[in-house]
Design a protein around this ligand. Structure first.
Ligand code: ATP
Ligand code: MN
Ligand code: MN
Length: 327
């Protein structure tokens, strides 16, 4: 039977503060699916889509009736193409195959079962982790270089993960490095989870100035078990923090050494800083910047860099220190 919609759809505001949302959720089947999708994007560090699903769920939670056909959703605010597809799937099949695929995904399952209190990494913990990985890297190639990047390089006290760049002075040797590090961490029994991506880097390609685009270097996403005894300064005192170990998310990226400066600049963040750096390069300098390279569209040539300062100079920008990039 065709559903009646007591609340005119067109009056639903795009602002939650102009909607009345009780605990009675008439659209749980949809909002549960959106929550899984939001979480999955969160676990993959994709804030944009994560937020979009949470917004969409919030709109559906405010409706005093159940969505029973797609037509009605067309006039609701905050529902994008992707959310519509999920609603369509659920209306047709009673479930979403995309959501079911996520629920059976190993990375999702692991991140889901480790309680949140075990995340959030402190500076001291990042330091301890750096020592562990440094030792692993050095055992493989003594001349390997490990650099802390991401939020901790910008001087943050806490992070949702720890980001490192690993490379070696010998071009081409860097890719094997990562798999060796993974093997070693596995042997040490501290590797809880690992997702490795081999390099797909093609140096003839023009930089992809879009910030959200992934880079193509060899990288891995790890979850490591860090014992409190390994951390300088030891335990925190708060009752809810009582635990003997932490599950720490680690990103390792391994660029060829001649791309090191671009990777360091790209992975140091913040995301907003990176976004604007690329936008500035494109809009103000007719240059394309990404984690691999800088390309001058006017001169039609790649601009080499061995340090971050070189890149700022190419862009005609004053150098900005990592701790001044918390945009
Ligand atoms: P937090 O302290 O919460 O971890 P963060 O700034 O370190 O904050 P991350 O998500 O760890 O945030 O990312 C670190 C930086 O690395 C980002 O600012 C982004 O510029 C870059 N980055 C992360 N993942 C990728 C990727 N797949 N491809 C390209 N750059 C990335
Ligand atoms: Mn980080
Ligand atoms: Mn990261």
């Amino acid at each position: 039977p065709e559903a009646t919609t007591p609340t005119p759809v067109s009056t639903v505001s795009r602002y939650a503060c102009q909607r009345r949302t009780t605990t009675k959720n008439n659209n749980k089947i949809f909002t549960d699916a959106f929550e899984v999708l939001a979480e999955s994007h969160e676990f993959n560090d994709m804030e944009g889509p994560c937020l979009a699903f949470r917004r969409a769920a919030s709109v559906l939670k405010s409706l005093p009736w159940t969505v029973q056909n797609l037509r009605v959703t067309e006039d609701l605010p905050c529902l994008g193409e992707h959310t519509m597809c999920v609603i369509k799937e659920i209306l047709q099949h009673g479930r979403s195959f995309e959501v079911e695929k996520i629920l059976s995904n190993e990375r999702y399952q692991i991140l889901k079962v480790i309680p949140r209190s075990k995340w959030a990494v402190s500076k001291a913990e990042a330091q301890a982790l750096g020592n562990i990985i440094d030792e692993a890297v050095r055992a493989i190639t003594p001349d390997a270089v490990l650099t802390l990047t991401g939020g901790f390089r910008r001087g943050k006290d806490f992070g949702h993960d720890v980001d490192f760049i690993v490379t070696t002075p010998q071009l081409g040797k860097e890719e094997r490095l990562l798999t060796s590090v993974i093997d070693r961490l596995k042997q040490q029994g501290i590797l809880l989870y690992c997702e490795y991506q081999a390099s797909t880097f093609d140096e003839s390609k023009l930089p992809n100035h879009r910030f959200e685009a992934m880079d193509h270097f060899a990288k891995c996403f790890l979850i490591l078990r860090l014992e409190d005894s390994q951390v300088e300064g030891g335990l925190q005192t708060a009752e809810e923090n009582r635990r003997s170990w932490r599950a720490v998310r680690v990103d390792l990226v391994s660029p060829p050494v001649d791309r090191y400066a671009f990777t360091l600049l790209g992975w140091s963040g913040s995301r907003q800083f990176e976004r604007d750096l690329r936008r500035f390069a494109r809009m103000e300098r007719r240059m394309l910047l990404d984690n691999h390279a800088l390309y001058d569209k006017t001169k039609k040539e790649f601009l080499a860099a061995t340090t971050e300062k070189d890149i700022f100079t190419h862009l005609g920008l004053e150098y900005i220190e990592p701790w001044q990039r918390n945009a």
